[in-house]
Design a protein around this ligand. Structure first.
Ligand SMILES: [Cu+2]
Length: 747
């Protein structure tokens, strides 16, 4: 019989300062358990762990803590632990790409540190990312600065990815998945004396000559914790397996966060400030590059235990300033484009233990996003002058979300969670203008003559039924409706000028886009089923199968632009082998798929150490009801790996298999890609306070194209009126072999 009285809550909160992981895991059997903090001390324990993402089916990650953490974790939830994120830094500085390591996860290629996460076929804005409870609005017409670009992988203390039927308390205004990332959580240490611990590491990757460093330091005692975490990374253009240098893939980035936490009996207060600076980041699948991105943010969080339950509150503010241009020598010319965004918000959640069987959660959140997007005139240019092009003028998006959720522990086998949620989204924007009256005046006048204010009244619901048959099997059924309102560009991008349209779009497909004031929110109706089987101790084997089906009413996709002012009419409507011009449009669509993952201990021997098999298989398909395939569906893919630990050594050999992509979006002239297999190896040796990592990615230097990499707009050019322009038909090749090393010193 579950116990979730004040005592359990109190113990759970007190355990936020615990250092020993097993007792934490044990506590999380209770329904009101609080996912505890990762501590460096816990990290430093040389517990032999698989070096890559291991998904725990029914227990919350032991390393996640964020204000938005819900105590009920559906069986299909994926976690990325701090160790796993740290480990990934050997190969990548792109936090968004970590999502491709979870079941059903993938990443849309963008800049070197700006991949857009996708889960179960839903990508970009359909996956909502919160970092310590903060949300980041769309801040660029190419989404060059997605939320996860504001942190380096090594800053991630833990992340939890909730799938499409997650409880409504997880969040609103997304249809695909919700990623909750925790950065610099409180780490208390016993006693009043202050202790200092942390780590510094540096890395080098041969392909693209990438290097950088990460640092984190915590000063703490039993009730105070001050943590700095941050890092810096840079790389040149990488080389594909056939020796081709993939242009416009260089980057440089630095991210920082400083967190102060104070515990007062049953109350926990945390204040955090942070910021980012990207001086340059190339985009091979966009016409523009990022030439300056600065952000600063602050958030405050509160958690308190009371007789009635638990209260959590967050308030946050972000400011992002972003500039695009061309990075020589791969792209040249002059065309500045600027954006400025402000995010403000709060979230309040109460968790009430109303009986021995029932938990009720009530919450309210407000999120405000403001966007200005303007393109200064280019001196001497007839097309791009004499005025400033105003793309989005004081765009405003305000969302008020409210939910109620009931979790009932029917008996020791059955658990049910029901929730209902409302999000009201108010959007508006001011009048616009083009570079000049002659080329842009007609479009601007038409847009300005219309009312831009839109209000969406969105209703979400979720129902989850869990059956824990015994200590080694669990079955869970999830049903949900999740709604997402359009973003600024989907609604308000207004120009049908060919050049202006080509500047809009985060799809990396080389096509041009224009907004649609008539768009309505998309609503995904998802059913999912998850079965997990494992040995009672979860030490020997684990298998999870998770099929799902979504019917999305008014899925926000695109149609060929047929407005009388659209470019290249009438051929734009029928072209199958060139870039095209599109307008955002609602269409009903379905997606379905299955994710399978598992592991199996192979040997455990004094002389040969421990060996384990790990594998996963992901399948997804998506199509509109009019027969058009959805864009960027990851083809069938999987991983088989052997992980080995022996004393201070841990190693892993991993084979990544991806089949060909032949179901492609006809309206976008999406490119097909071929099947490929990559073999990766990594090993690490840890002794006292020093850890050395070494790995080889893509051992056979295989040449392959990224299925979700979009179009290579830089390497391949054709002669055109403008001198030269991107040739259609070339996907973006993935990285060839890379030798990677990393040295970490703990203190
Ligand atoms: Cu941009």
């Amino acid at each position: 019989m579950p116990i979730h009285s004040r005592n359990t809550l109190r113990r759970a909160l007190q355990l936020t300062s615990a250092l020993v992981r097993p007792s934490i895991a044990a506590l999380c059997v209770a329904p009101l358990c609080v996912a505890p903090l990762a501590t460096s001390a816990a990290r430093a324990q040389t517990v032999p762990e698989l070096p890559t993402v291991v998904v725990r089916s029914d227990a919350p990650s032991s390393t996640v803590r964020g204000a938005a953490d819900g105590p009920f974790t559906p069986a299909d939830t994926a976690t990325i632990s701090g160790e796993e994120a740290q480990g990934a830094t050997l190969s990548t500085s792109d936090s968004g790409s970590l999502i491709s390591r979870i079941p059903g996860g993938a990443a849309w290629g963008a800049g070197g540190v700006s991949s857009l996460p996708a889960v179960n076929g839903m990508g970009a804005d359909r996956v909502q990312v919160s970092i310590n409870g903060m949300l980041f609005g769309v801040a660029c017409p190419n989404e060059m600065n997605p939320p996860m670009s504001f942190i380096n992988p090594a800053m991630i203390a833990g992340a939890r990815v909730y799938m499409g039927t997650a409880p409504v308390s997880v969040g609103g205004d997304y249809t695909g998945a919700k990623v909750d990332v925790s950065v610099a959580p409180a780490q208390f240490t016993p006693g009043q004396a202050l202790t200092t611990h942390g780590s510094v590491s540096g890395f080098y990757r041969s392909n693209g000559d990438g290097y950088g460093m990460d640092a984190n330091v915590t000063v703490s005692n039993e009730d105070t914790s001050v943590t700095y975490t941050g890092g810096w990374a840079r790389a040149s253009d990488y080389t594909a397996g056939d020796g081709t240098t993939i242009k416009s893939t260089m980057y440089e980035t630095q991210n920082h966060a400083l967190s102060v936490s104070k515990k007062l009996q049953d109350q926990l207060f945390t204040f955090q400030i942070g910021g980012q600076f990207i001086p340059s980041e190339g985009y091979v699948n966009q016409y523009m590059d990022l030439v300056d991105n600065k952000s600063i943010y602050g958030n405050a969080r509160y958690e308190g235990l009371f007789d009635w339950g638990k209260l959590e509150a967050t308030v946050f503010a972000n400011r992002v300033r972003h500039t695009m241009g061309f990075i020589e020598p791969d792209k040249s010319g002059d065309m500045p484009m600027d954006t400025r965004t402000t995010d403000l918000g709060y979230a309040v959640k109460g968790t009430f233990g109303v009986s021995a069987h029932d938990i009720v959660r009530l919450g309210n959140e407000l999120y405000y996003n403001n966007l200005d997007d303007w393109w200064p005139p280019v001196e001497g240019s007839m097309m791009m002058g004499p005025d400033t092009f105003i793309n989005i003028n004081n765009g405003q998006r305000l969302r008020l979300g409210t939910f109620g959720e009931w979790e009932r522990h029917i008996d020791d086998k059955w658990t049910a969670v029901f929730g209902l949620r409302n999000d009201i989204v108010w959007m508006n924007t001011g009048d616009v203008q083009g570079y000049n009256e002659m080329m842009y005046g007609q479009n601007a006048a038409l847009f300005n003559a219309q009312d831009h204010a839109r209000t969406d009244f969105n209703v979400d619901a979720s129902a989850i039924l869990r059956y824990e048959a015994n200590t080694s099997s669990l079955y869970e059924l999830g049903l949900a409706r999740k709604t997402r309102s359009p973003n600024f560009y989907e609604r308000y991008a207004w120009s049908t000028n060919a050049m202006a349209m080509s500047m809009i779009g985060w799809f990396g497909d080389g096509n041009g886009y224009v907004g649609n004031l008539d768009l309505v929110p998309e609503a995904a109706h998802t059913v999912s089923f998850t079965a997990t089987w494992h040995d009672p101790a979860k030490k020997v084997w684990e298998l999870r199968v998770s099929p799902y089906y979504s019917y999305v009413v008014d899925y926000i996709d695109a149609d060929r632009c047929a407005l009388s002012t659209c470019p290249n009419l009438p051929s734009n409507l029928t072209t199958t082998n060139n870039f095209v011009y599109l307008q955002f449009a609602n269409h009903d669509a379905w997606l379905y798929g299955v994710n399978i993952d598992g592991k199996l201990a192979l040997w455990d021997d004094v002389a040969y150490g421990q060996g384990a098999f790990r594998g996963s298989l992901n399948f997804v398909q998506g199509q509109r009801t009019d027969g058009v395939n959805l864009y960027h569906m990851m083809p069938l893919n999987g991983v088989v790996a052997i992980d080995h630990t022996l004393g201070h050594w841990s190693s892993s050999l991993e084979l990544q298999l991806v089949s060909s992509k032949t179901l492609v979006s006809q309206v976008r002239n999406e490119l097909e890609t071929s099947a490929y297999a990559l073999l990766n190896f990594r090993t690490s040796y840890e002794l006292d306070m020093v850890k050395v990592d070494f790995g080889v990615d893509n051992i056979f230097d295989t040449n392959y194209d990224l299925p979700l990499g979009g179009a290579n707009l830089v390497n391949y050019q054709v002669a055109s009126m403008m001198g030269s322009s991107a040739a259609w038909g070339y996907p973006v090749a993935g990285m060839g072999r890379s030798f990677n090393t990393r040295v970490t010193v703990r203190f």
